[in-house]
Design a binder for this molecule. Structure first.
Ligand SMILES: [Zn+2]
Length: 156
């Protein structure tokens, strides 16, 4: 993942992701998703959003070890890899201590995206209303808006 410098994100996947998040939000629950797809040279093409089995509260989500294992088995089966993990917050988006230490994605260069307001954000804003972190040198580092806009390209 570390070599990826361009991520193609279909608009429909962004739309589906926010729709799923808002469903959980209606119940006042945080939610978790991953964007999966294929790597081609230094480009990652997002093919699907997956909503893994999870346990949710207003302030957290949890994916059990066995369900993380299932994700990895499914990735292998489809020849996909996971480029980004996403989760919602009830209010502001930031990476909490829990978010830092408890991550499903562990490969260097993976992304972690926090979506504010349970996903009730304008979709046309793309990733501009979200905060994006990248796993570099074993740390989730906040990516500037300009970096995010350079790496992510929303496609039709
Ligand atoms: Zn969080």
């Amino acid at each position: 993942m570390i070599k990826i410098d361009l991520i193609l994100l279909p608009f429909t996947i962004l739309e589906e992701t926010l729709k799923e998040f808002k469903e959980y939000g209606k119940e006042d629950l945080e939610a978790f998703a991953i964007w999966v797809g294929i790597e081609e040279n230094n480009t990652f093409i997002i093919k699907k959003v997956w909503i893994p089995t999870q346990y949710n509260t207003i302030l957290s989500y949890y994916v059990s070890d066995i369900d993380v294992h299932t994700i990895n088995v499914d990735l292998n089966k489809k020849n996909y890899s996971a480029i980004a993990q996403l989760h919602t917050h009830p209010g502001d988006a930031f990476h909490s201590c829990v978010d830092n230490s408890y991550s499903i994605l562990t490969l260097p260069g993976s992304l972690s995206i926090v979506v504010p307001d349970f996903g009730n954000i304008p979709i046309r804003g793309g990733l501009n209303d979200m905060v994006v972190y990248r796993l570099l040198d074993n740390e989730w580092k906040l990516q500037s808006k300009s970096k995010v806009n350079k790496i992510f390209k929303i496609t039709n």
